[in-house]
Design a protein. Structure first.
Length: 271
């Protein structure tokens, strides 16, 4: 493999590593020789996640934590520093929609529970900001480090229904740009911060919105595919190459970028 794109030996912390996209990224990074530190939500997810990664190589390890619990994330960062002496990459994948912050066609804005709005903002925005807060301190001390956040198509145009999720992901995009400039200006060019904006990938949490129980397309997914020039959903492995690029030396002059991986969704007007 071209050296420029290598992530071999890099210590890569990945949140949401037991999920659909986070799991795919963790397996890919392990298969490319990265030392993956898998952060999962529930304790029972640690062992199977680490087992699957171990089979791919390297010396993976895992921790269970809530990404909004900064004390827990900080103590994990301390542990990683004791074990590895450095962290090269942080990928913030933990996130997702919260059903109560979604407004269905027969509902209106006032049906949305404000506590669910707070939950979806917390998980997606604070759940990205807090790990960045912890690990940029490590990166600033080291003088290098790379962050990859996960935004969404919901951050580009306001998608129907997902009011809270869209606002939170737009926050992730804006915060990514802000943190990129803050790090480069104050701590040097070797700390880079970017994000991926995935299009539509079928995972556990959006399956019911995109596919009927018999596997046929829902009305919503018919609209999604009509606005996707490639006319298909993404395969869960299709974030991996873009993530590797942004975390490798090949992207040494790339920071503050939100890279769509969306089959053309964000570039297409639909007409
Ligand atoms: N699937 C898509 O089409 C799509 C599109 C755009 C963006 N995204 C984003 O990609 C990311 C992954 O999505 P996915 O489809 O793989 O979903 P997923 O539900 O499979 O993965 C999300 C993971 O986050 C973990 N998580 C949830 N709350 C947590 C918390 N408080 N602390 C720690 N971990 C927590 C879950 O346990 C889960 O493993 C999310 O940020 C999502 O918003 C997904």
């Amino acid at each position: 493999m071209n050296e420029m794109f290598s992530i071999q030996g890099k210590v890569a912390v990945i949140t949401g590593a037991a999920g659909a996209l986070g799991g795919s990224l963790a397996r890919h990074f392990a298969s490319q020789g990265a030392e993956v530190v898998a952060l999962v939500h529930r304790p029972e997810q640690v062992e199977p996640t680490v087992e699957a990664l171990r089979a791919l190589g390297g010396n993976p390890c895992g921790y269970a934590c809530n990404v909004m619990d900064t004390d827990a994330v900080r103590s994990i960062a301390d542990d990683i520093m004791k074990k590895w002496g450095r962290v090269d990459i942080l990928i913030n994948v933990a996130g997702g929609n919260v059903p109560g912050a979604t407004i269905m066609p027969d509902q209106n804005f006032w049906d949305m529970k404000l506590e669910d709005w707070v939950k979806v903002m917390d998980l997606n925005l604070n759940g990205t900001v807090y790990p960045c807060h912890v690990f940029t301190e490590v990166f600033a001390r080291q003088g290098y480090g790379c962050i990859l956040n996960i935004s969404s198509m919901a951050a580009y145009d306001a998608l129907s229904r997902v009011a809270g999720y869209g606002a939170a992901k737009e926050g992730v995009s804006n915060f990514t740009r802000w943190l990129a400039q803050e790090m480069a200006i104050k701590y040097g060019e070797k700390i880079r911060v970017n994000a991926l904006a995935p299009g539509f990938f079928i995972g556990k949490q959006n399956r019911a919105a995109l596919l009927n129980p018999d596997g046929s397309l829902t009305d919503r997914s018919v609209k999604v595919l009509a606005k996707t020039p490639m006319r298909r959903f993404g395969d869960l492995t299709e974030l991996n190459g873009a993530a590797q690029f942004l975390c490798s030396d090949a992207a040494s002059f790339v920071t503050g970028v939100i890279l769509p991986v969306d089959g053309g969704f964000s570039s297409f007007s639909g007409i």
